[in-house]
Design a protein around this ligand. Sequence first.
Ligand SMILES: [Zn+2]
Length: 341
Amino acid sequence: MLKKRYKGLDQAPKFISRTTTLNYQRDYSFKANRAVSLSTLNGRIVVPYDGYNKHIDLIKNGVKIGAGKIVYQRESKIYYLMVSLEVELPDIDPNRITRVSGVDVGQRYLSVETDLTNQCKFYSGKAVRHKANCYHKARQSLQRQGTRSAKRRLIALSGRERRFIADVNHQISKQIAKPNSLIGLEDLTRIRERIKSKTGKKASKKQRKANRNKAKWSFAELHSYIDYKANLNGSLVTKVPAHYTSQSCVKCGHTSRANRPNKGLLFRCECCGYQLHADLLGSRNIALRALLVRQDWMSTGILSASPNMSDDETKAEILQRFSELRWSLDASSDLSDSGSE
Ligand SMILES: [Zn+2]
């Protein structure tokens, strides 16, 4: 009988890990003049380091430093030292919040941001989504090949895809996390539903195919980046219920699915005829809900978390309060007397 030989199995596998966890003060420590001392198998080495100025300032100012990780990036052949920093959040006084904004996330525009003084910004998703879709398609085709080299390339590619999305999310969140703001974000649980709405039995074959080829943008990541960047900037994020943010008229309060003719880009109120870009309307509704959070905070001294909408009675009560919110350029831009009602 022939002895089957399996390639490589007659040798002990060699284990190479290029990722190591280092404890602060024991395995690594920061020195003056932007140098870091690392313990290696060949003793201690002291090497210069660089990073974002903001982060370096934090280290200089004696932030609490956690464990570090050495990560090797194969493409660039560079070793990175990732360090976790623990930042203590200052107690934020609602009186210091001088700006309230709302952020709507979605497929067409990754983000639409508006504040109550009507400063708004659209972050287009077209170009980046195209690139993300390219990554996604390349990944799918490699997955189908299933060869060893395809798998190797797949690992590199999915890393690149993830970093690309993270990079874009960093750029957007940096601009959104403005100082001294209360930033309203949607409770994300509904986002999946909204994107799903085009799939299922109702979707045409063509639509389903398009959905398959679409990369999923990480909105949860975008939200978490906005959150921590806001905290570093003396700002706060508040999660508001996302119900009907794209169907409620900010001028008269009328809420209906029919306010979005053909589910298109335009919002048009059946009742009062008010028209607006649908995504901007969404962000305005979110900003108004954030304003409500701020008012409650001012009057009670307690910043409440996003309410639990699973209880029908609470839900009805909250939606009732939401439907009384109005967008008015003059009144809402002046936050100083918004707490007195
Ligand atoms: Zn209306």
